[in-house]
Ligand binder design. Sequence first.
Ligand SMILES: Nc1ncnc2c1ncn2[C@@H]1O[C@H](COP(=O)(O)OP(=O)(O)OP(=O)(O)O)[C@@H](O)[C@H]1O
Length: 645
Amino acid sequence: MELNPQQRRAAEFDDADVLVLAGAGTGKTSTIVARVAHLVRRDVDPRRILLLTFTRRAAREMRHRLGRQIGADVAKRVPTGTFHHFCLQSLRRWPEWFHCASLTIIDRDDQLQLMKLARAAVIGKDPTFPKSGELANYYSFARNTNRPLKEYLDEFTSHEPDCVARIEAVLKDYGARKQQCKYFDYDDILHLFARQLHRDPVVRQKLQRRYDHLLVDEMQDTNPLQWLILDGLREPAKLFCVGDDAQSIYAFRGADFQNVHAFTERVPGASVLKLEHNYRSTQEILDLSNWLLEQSPLKYDKRLTATRGSGSKPVRVEVDDDFEEADWITRDLMQRHEGDDPWRDHMILTRSAWAARGVEASLIEHEIPYRFIGGTQLLQSAHVKDLLSLLRVIHNPSDQLAWMRYLTQWPRIGEKTAATTINQLLTLTEPAQREDLLSKRFSNQPRLAESITECVAVWASVPDVIATAADKLTPLLERKYDDWDRRQKDFKLLKRLAKKHATVADFLETYTLDPISESEASNDDQDDAVTLITVHSAKGTEAPVCYLIGVQPGNYPHVRSIGDEQKEEEERRVLYVAMTRAKNELILTGTVRSRGAFVPHHNRSFQGGSGQPFFLSSMPDNLCATDLDFETDFSDGPILSFRRP
Ligand SMILES: Nc1ncnc2c1ncn2[C@@H]1O[C@H](COP(=O)(O)OP(=O)(O)OP(=O)(O)O)[C@@H](O)[C@H]1O
């Protein structure tokens, strides 16, 4: 692929720090990859180029593309990964710099468990007090935006001072519990790294000396904490950041627009370059996407033009309910497949895994191979967590949540017995002492201690550890879960994933940091499959044919965001990101029911009957074809069937 002059200028820009503002599909991934290749050809040591991406998937894709340009061996030497991955690796590599000898990364579920304990201890029973999920969000948001908790609570919540003080007390207790169990939640990783980087000049100097170039993808979705990390690492290293303000969809996690908008103020002398030619989509798809942005009160100053020229108009398909929507899509997919289109050319985009359950069921029913990215997370399933609890207690004997899960899954061990046992376990320092305690205390359950001993014996081989754990726990779990036949296949997936990891710690951490979905794991090596994907996971992806489901009032903008201008605006960008994934065909499906209100068939105009705002309600007719423009077939199944023009 030949770079265009704008892309080449960016890739080879050697004068200063640079921000590349790149619209959707304008080749930013291609440009970043070309930049790394350019630097390597200019004799920069690949190990001194740090490439930070938003997801593990994006990192894999970059490494793959880079391999094609400079050879896989050289590409492997370029440190490439997410901010979390990079920071965690640094903490592990130089624990003395960060004062963190051993740590266990906990996921959102564990975080909530721990928060529940803290809330119960400090507040007791008070249904009016914020729930654990809300408290965890406050905690995370304050840290990602790098604000003191009180300042954040005062500014962004409407709680009374007394309540703010109680929230602070719960979060303090949560912090103490974390420390006691040697837990690190997701945000601690960045926080600790950034804190040391800025507090300790020696650490800062050592880290700064390691890199000559910092390349950052999806700059618009970085948060203030991530900016602090970049700011601490730059100089003499040069920044090369690529972003698109119209694709910023992570404000809910603390992403900060200013990292793009205020770039030149923060990095004196930096240049801003633009990529404006879209290579992905046909002009009709871009016309609709451009129109959507133009409706915003924010000035995005963005009009994408298609280098590919004209194609077919996006299509709106209006359905009565989720079933009809699912049916319509599977039939359309099958029709296309019969016409020799491979499954992999099709992507179905959804707001959430929950919203896609109808479509997923229909794909299964019709035996259409699919991969769900962003769907049910493999490591979150109860039976998988049961198995992982065994690995976790060996990896970190202070891991109280894992002990609780591990012990209480055995018959006749309740939370009380488990809690007293855990208290005793925490006082012991040697593995043999713990195993001894467990085998004596639970002599009627010999497998409980045996499982630990046998896993420890094969600890050096991750696949063997998983196989042993699965073997020991299966008789137990078989009895616990009614649908064991369905569940046990996940253990096979775990064994397959295990092969990719050198240590159990790495295995546990990788998927806690960037969870993998059940179907993603099972269809990892299946080449020809439809992609079902949440819009938030879809950044950086594309497909010739994209179905965007649930395009209806109540979803765009989402009911929860209505009335909050910033959130509504983010919702617009979510829809924009979704639309701009399509290369040749974009199909928007949605129901005409909204909050129980039904719009009569002849009145269907995608506006819903409830008066809820809807981004497409004033869409000019010429931007989309509707399914009603095509032949209607009442003979079988769904009311509307669609024939491609
Ligand atoms: N110079 C070029 N010539 C031909 N095709 C190109 C060129 N640059 C990019 N492309 C193609 O355009 C498509 C989009 O490129 P890429 O994925 O790099 O875009 P992006 O800017 O990262 O997109 P987004 O931000 O929307 O995810 C890809 O299929 C890529 O191969």
